[in-house]
Design a protein around this ligand. Structure first.
Ligand code: C5P
Length: 221
């Protein structure tokens, strides 16, 4: 099979990360979590106490941005200026700040170039919100992964179970807010590309979803 560029978009908690990683493993491809890049920008904003309305502060954060993925023990880690920030970018505060910052055009512009560089070699699975629509409109195979809101919130809650301050209701509310931010922004909103294949993971595990994706990919190749 020729090297393919595969995109997986969809709302928070639909299972994109688990499925993208498993699909990339099966194909022997690289996996790129583009949400981590937006979270990385949000982390730098928080470290420098720059809020999303502060244009000059944001410009400085973006000019100094030094985000890089490395693979350690088969796990993708994100480094910012050499510091491993993989764990800290998952906290709820950074999560919400990433959602707000991602609506800023200058943030999207800065990350667009970086993502395209990462995708230059194909043989990759890119996960995000606008992979199939904006970043890689010519991708070989595009998926749009969806699931019922309650199921998505429950999955995320179980993932974050180590955090004692969180309730399932709060996780669901935050998720709904992020979905609304992502789908409602004017630049690169969360939406399926016209040529994307919809997959619903509400009542199916990751293996079944990946099996279905593999069947689509085989048909394409
Ligand atoms: O995928 P994840 O939940 O880690 O993404 C964090 C945030 O980054 C999302 O809520 C969304 O606002 C933003 N994002 C985006 N475009 C992408 C990936 C993520 O706007 N391609």
């Amino acid at each position: 099979m020729k090297p393919l560029l595969i995109t997986i978009d969809g709302p928070a908690g639909a299972g994109k990360t688990t499925v993208s990683r498993a699909l990339a493993d099966r194909l022997g491809y690289t996996y790129v979590d583009t949400g981590a890049l937006y979270r990385g920008v949000a982390r730098e904003m928080r470290v420098r106490q720059v809020d999303p309305e502060d244009e000059k502060g944001l410009a400085r954060v973006l000019a100094d941005l030094d985000l890089r993925f490395v693979r350690r023990d088969r796990v993708l880690r994100l480094l910012s200026a050499g510091v491993d920030i993989t764990g800290e970018i998952r906290n709820p505060e950074i999560t919400m700040l990433a959602s707000v910052a991602s609506a800023r055009p200058e943030v999207r512009r800065a990350l667009l170039a970086l993502q395209r560089r990462l995708g230059a070699e194909k043989s990759a699975v890119f996960e995000g919100r606008d992979m199939g629509t904006v970043v890689f409109p010519d991708a070989d195979v595009k998926f749009f992964l969806i699931a019922d809101l309650h199921v998505r919130a429950r999955r995320r809650y179980l993932e974050l179970a180590g955090d004692p301050g969180l309730s399932l209701e709060q996780v669901e509310k935050d998720m709904q807010k992020r979905d609304a931010n992502d789908a409602g922004r004017s630049i690169a909103p969360l939406k399926a590309a016209d040529d994307a294949v919809y997959i619903d993971s509400t009542s199916r595990g990751a293996t079944a979803v990946v099996d279905e994706m593999m069947a689509v990919i085989r048909d394409t190749g």
